[in-house]
Design a protein. Sequence first.
Length: 144
Amino acid sequence: MSDEAVLVDVDPLSPVPIYQQLRDRLIEAIADGRLVRGQSLSSVRTVARAFGINVATVAKAYDGLRQDGLIATTSKSGSVVVRDPSSGPPDAAFVADWTARVRTLLAEAVARGVPPAETVEICGRQAASFTGPAASGPSPEEAR
């Protein structure tokens, strides 16, 4: 995300909190290659202005990404992506936590009547959507 453009959208009418929408959309941008390791994110204030939301809302989204190990923030350089799909395999603790969250999401789908086979198909399509050309394209430095 550069200061010139905010790469994500949020829906102010969604029941999902705006900080969670921002966090989720930024994770998706990392997964599909629109944000890559070493790339700077727009400042908290810039994002807040772009969406007309409170600075604390954006800070909460960025804090979640920091806790997840996807970005790092310093007073000198701001927030920067530190992990993307090219960073190598995740650690075992992440995989265990992620597996528990996936189980709950799958249980929710099945409890609502989505057949298990359809949940697998949907998961496969969604995962494949992050492996397109953007995820394997050149880094911003290589593209220059």
